[in-house]
Ligand binder design. Structure first.
Ligand code: ADP
Ligand code: MG
Length: 276
């Protein structure tokens, strides 16, 4: 599941780590792939990501096996993280000249042999090659939308990129899930944005929305998700409920790497011009 929105600060990372922890607490085996050079997801999961740590950069650029960089998340059984270090900031440019530059993450996931129920990929706030790698590797896209003015601006571009990747490299890719984040029920603006998003996307929007919560924003500074930091808080309960809703909808179908790989063999060539 690709967690994407090229806008920064909309709750991508928060959603990735808290949904992942919720799914793991429900008993699933979950891998979080941190694809943002800032490494916020790694921090929030309590995973060391200083410059020397083997990271997703090594996987994408140096072709290291994913298993060399995956670390278990402390405190949450069944939850794992492939961290990002600052090296990843250069990857966007370094990838340009590499073979199969759009499908390097997909290949790495395909070669990963540990059993997993979900892979959540936390994207950077851009639509460059890192996000394209995520979309080629993924089965579906989750878009967090912050309930603020301008929330829908730029979404068209994101949806066009999903279409482009689907057209060339990953025919099954689709936006399966929209999650409303930082929802403040007391403001008219929040409910107006929520209505607009629900009118536009319909069933893809999870019924559960994530409230604005201080506990959610505090948790990362303790290297924790809100699920372990304050399990009874409204933020923790809303992410648990969102995860349950996703699981019950059958979202997050088991990733069939072999099949995905076979599908992308053809699209590889046409892709470059489209995305550039
Ligand atoms: P992105 O990854 O899209 O840039 P983040 O997940 O990092 O966004 O969230 C941006 C900021 O908003 C962070 O400081 C985060 O702690 C805060 N935040 C995210 N979700 C909530 C929420 N539901 N309530 C309060 N603060 C939140
Ligand atoms: Mg982020």
């Amino acid at each position: 599941m690709v967690v994407a929105n090229q806008k920064g600060g909309v709750g991508k990372t928060t959603t990735t780590v808290n949904l992942a922890a919720s799914l793991a607490l429900h008993g699933a085996r979950v891998l979080v792939i941190d694809l943002d050079p800032q490494g916020n997801a790694s921090t929030a999961l309590g995973i060391d990501h200083h410059a020397e740590v083997p990271s997703i950069y090594d996987v994408l650029v140096e072709s290291a096996p994913l298993s060399d960089v995956v670390q278990p998340v402390p405190d949450v059984e069944g939850l794992f993280c492939a961290p990002a270090t600052i090296d990843l900031a250069g990857a966007e440019i370094e990838l340009v000249s590499l073979v199969a530059r759009e499908s390097r993450l997909q290949r790495a996931i395909q070669a990963y042999e540990q059993p997993l129920d979900y892979v959540l990929i936390d994207c950077p706030p851009s639509l460059g090659l890192l996000t394209v790698n995520a979309m080629v590797a993924g089965a579906e896209v989750l878009i967090p939308i912050q309930c603020e003015y301008y929330a829908l601006e730029g979404l068209g571009q994101l949806l066009r990129n999903v279409d482009l990747v689907r057209g060339h490299l990953n025919p099954d890719l689709h936006v399966s899930t929209i999650l409303l984040t930082m929802y403040d029920g007391r403001t008219r603006l929040a409910s107006q944005v929520a209505d607009e998003v629900r009118n536009h996307f319909g069933d893809e929007v999870l019924r559960t929305s994530i409230p604005r919560s201080v506990r959610i924003s505090e948790a990362p500074s303790y290297g924790q998700t809100v699920l372990t930091y304050d399990p009874g808080s409204s933020g923790a309960l809303s992410y648990l409920e969102a995860a349950r809703e996703m699981a019950l909808r059958g979202v997050g179908v088991r990733y069939d790497a072999q099949q995905a790989h076979a599908r992308t063999q053809n699209g590889q060539q046409n892709m470059a011009e489209g995305i550039q």
